[in-house]
Unconditional design. Structure first.
Length: 246
């Protein structure tokens, strides 16, 4: 009976690999392991799904060097799945490890897909709303657990819009330390007032203390981040309400 169940798992795992491959722009390696049996399969259920992949490319310019993911129990709409649309009947909890290369991060930051996801920050500065919109961002990973960020933001204040270029050095939050801003320097423009800096730091504090980040039908929480020379390894916990379309 165990062999029969394993054959069923292999069959559905292979089908899942083919389905995922068809949705990706590129993949160097994909492996899917669906933990289920015939009865659960008929009901559109699985005890869990393990996924690992390397060199995964979505939206043409968004590349993941490595992704390893494990879900808990899955319950899908089987009729929709037959027609190629995966719909979850219940949210799914998953744990993932993601590895990103410096070059891939910077390429993604220039893509229309990622740029459309970057929000405008509305800050309350002494009762006035000041809007900050990131324009260009470039990331450098020199090692020692640090992230160097060069960027340009547009600042809309009292009907006027100005551009400011900056350089910042950050240590990301880990299991043992909070986010640390080591340095911030204005490289071009008229500078930025202390009041705006204070409001921006408060906004960043609010964002990093959010329990989850909502994105495309998912709620994400970064559990740990390891910054190495030219790469970032991140451990993420995700609650998936719906499978995002790639």
């Amino acid at each position: 009976m165990q062999d029969e169940q394993r054959l069923e798992e292999q069959a559905v795992s292979k089908a899942a690999e083919m389905q995922l491959s068809s949705q990706l722009d590129q993949a160097e390696k994909i492996n899917v392991d669906v933990q289920t049996d015939l009865w659960k399969l008929i009901q559109g259920q699985a005890d869990g799904v393990s996924f690992s992949g390397k060199g995964l490319v979505v939206q043409k310019d968004v590349r993941l060097e490595e992704l390893v993911l494990q879900t808990d129990k899955i319950d899908i709409n089987l009729l929709s799945a037959i027609f190629g649309e995966i719909e979850l009947n219940k949210p799914v909890k998953s744990i993932a490890r993601v590895v990103l290369k410096e070059a891939d991060i910077n390429r993604a930051l220039t893509s229309n897909y990622i740029r459309s996801k970057i929000p405008t920050f509305d800050l309350n500065v002494d009762g006035e709303i000041v809007s900050l919109k990131p324009q260009e961002i470039q990331i450098f990973l020199p090692g020692d657990g640090k992230i160097k960020c060069n960027g340009t933001v547009s600042i809309h204040e009292k009907g006027n819009t100005n551009e400011l270029s900056f350089m910042a050095m950050v240590r990301p939050r880990t299991q043992t330390q909070p986010i640390m801003l080591e340095s911030f320097t204005c490289t071009e423009g008229n500078g930025i007032s202390l009041e705006i800096v204070t409001a921006l730091m408060q906004k960043i504090k609010e964002l990093v203390n959010l329990p989850y980040i909502k994105l495309d039908g998912m709620a994400l929480q970064i559990k740990n981040m390891e910054v190495q020379k030219e790469s970032i390894k991140t451990w993420v916990e995700a609650y998936i309400k719906q499978i995002p379309k790639m």
